[in-house]
Structure formats: C-alpha cells, structure tokens
Design a protein around this ligand. Structure first.
Ligand SMILES: C[S@@+](CC[C@H](N)C(=O)[O-])C[C@H]1O[C@@H](n2cnc3c(N)ncnc32)[C@H](O)[C@@H]1O
Length: 268
C-alpha cells in the first residue's frame, strides 16, 4: 500500500489550528491558499507538511508567518472621505445624542493609527475627556508598536501638518503620539472570533479586517458588532468592504462605509 506523505491545504489548516489556535478556515480559502503556497516557495519547502514542521520548529519563522497572515498595513486618517464624514456629521450627532461617556472600539487596530486618529478627532471636538477608546488586535507585534505610538512619515498618511505639529513629538524621522493622546487609548489582545466582544459601544470601527474573511465569518462578526452597539451607535467599515442587507443586523446605511444601529428604544 502506498504511503501518503504529502499534505493538502486542509491538513495544513488542521495542524496549524491545533498548534497555534488560529483558524485559517475563517479566511477566504483560495486567496489564503495561494498566499501560503507563495510563501512555501519563497521558503524553499517541498510542501505543506514540511512547511508546517518548519514553522513549528522555528519560532522566528512562525512569527514571520503570523505577520504575513495578519496584514498590518495601516495609517493615520486612512480614507480621508470617511474621516471627513465622521468629523462633520457622525461625531457631532453622537456627542449631541449621548451626553455621557462615549465608548469607541477599534476592532483590528493594528499599529494603533486608527484609534489614535479617533482620539485626535475627539480632542479637536473637545470631548476627549468623556471618551473611552478600546483598541484590539490579535497580533502581539502590532499591539506592541501601537502601545509605543511611534510612527514614520508614511504612517502619518494624510494627517495635516498642523495636526502633526499639535499631536506628535518629532525626533528626526520618528513621530511619537503625545502622552495626553496616548493615555486615552486602551489596547487589548483580542481575537474577534473567540474573545468576548465589548458591549455598550457608541461606535465600532472594524476597517480593512473582514475583507480577508469568508462570508460566514463576516456574517458572524457583523452580528456580534451589532449586538455590541448601543441603539443609535455607528459601525464603520473599510472602503473596500461591503455589508449586504444591513437591515438583517439592525443597521441602517448612512454611507458606503458608515452604518447606524436602529433605535429600538430611547438612547439614554
Ligand atoms: C489591515 S489591518 C487594519 C488596520 C486598521 N483597522 C486600518 O484600517 O487601518 C488588519 C488587522 O486585523 C487584525 N486581525 C486579523 N484577524 C483578526 C482577528 N481574528 N481578531 C482580531 N484582529 C484580527 C490583523 O492583525 C491586522 O492588524
């Protein structure tokens, strides 16, 4: 009888899940399998089995692989149009409708540019003292960078020069978020699928995160986010993401990237 010693992608996914707890089944299969095959080639391994054994035996390679999977690209004020709408319309409405504490959750915050952008906006709107910003990610390395709060010019994205001047300390090519902004963001290691969501949010930003996930996983997350939102609260997604039939999550479309949770009762 022939002995089968070559793994297929399913066998790799199972072994990887047992070893790391990260479920590759949540990701779009074709796209992820293609990316992993490219990596196997780059690492000059003959197949999935050998690649898995290499990852399990080589912590730096596993680290590199996790980085590759989680795609940390991010920058301040990413997608100007979205932030313009948040500043001109959405935050003023939240501030008026909810006079107490405002809870914002940046889900999949990567290196922290997104939650710090929110903190800067809240400061400019003079409500920073009543905002609680939770920023979560599954990637420890990204979270460490986020907590450090130091960025290069490219990561500042479209941040206007006077905003850079006011909110960052510059040392040569490094821009550090000022302590008064830094201290308002609480970072937590959190897996969107397996850890409890944050309840009672006035805004959830989950941008450029679920684009990589299968439809079932996206539906699961959108239901979770909707349950976590207060009636009248907002959900913000990335410009290349899409919510089909927002009503099934009790969400009303306010623009391509911004949705508001139905008011079932009075917001206070
Ligand atoms: C492309 S970044 C998006 C960063 C930021 N939201 C933005 O739009 O600029 C995607 C982030 O999602 C995180 N992520 C992926 N899967 C996750 C999961 N299951 N739970 C929590 N975060 C996850 C990744 O680690 C990565 O930092």
């Amino acid at each position: 009888m022939a002995v089968k010693n070559e793994w297929d992608y399913d066998e790799f996914k199972n072994a990887f899940f047992q070893y790391t707890g990260l479920d590759l089944n949540l990701y779009k299969d074709k796209q992820m399998e293609r990316r992993i095959r490219q990596l196997i080639k780059r690492e000059a391994k003959p197949g999935f089995k050998e690649f898995y054994e290499y990852l399990a035996a080589t912590p730096p390679a596993l680290d590199r692989f996790m980085n590759y999977l989680t795609i940390n690209t991010s920058e301040f004020f990413r997608d100007e149009k979205v932030y313009n709408q948040l500043v001109a319309e959405i935050f003023p409405a939240l501030i008026e409708n909810f006079p107490g504490k405002l809870v914002v959750w940046s889900a999949g915050c990567s290196i922290g540019a997104e939650p710090y952008t929110i903190a800067i906006i809240m400061d400019r709107l003079k409500v920073l003292s009543r905002v609680e910003i939770h920023a979560t990610d599954v990637d420890d390395k990204a979270l460490l960078l986020a907590q450090k709060g130091c960025y290069n010019q490219k990561q500042l994205g479209k941040t206007q020069p006077h905003v850079v001047e006011e909110y960052f300390l510059r040392e040569r090519d490094t821009f550090s978020v000022k302590p008064e902004i830094k201290k308002t963001v609480k970072f937590h290691r959190h897996n969107l699928f397996t850890d409890d969501p944050f309840p009672g949010c006035h805004m959830i930003l989950c941008r450029n995160v679920f684009i990589y996930f299968k439809q079932e996983a996206q539906i699961f997350l959108l239901k979770r986010f909707s349950d976590s939102l207060k009636p009248g609260g907002y959900m913000v997604i990335g410009s290349s993401e899409y919510v089909s039939n927002p009503a099934q999550y009790s969400l009303i479309k306010r623009s391509n990237t911004i949705f508001q949770k139905n008011y079932q009762h009075h917001p206070f």
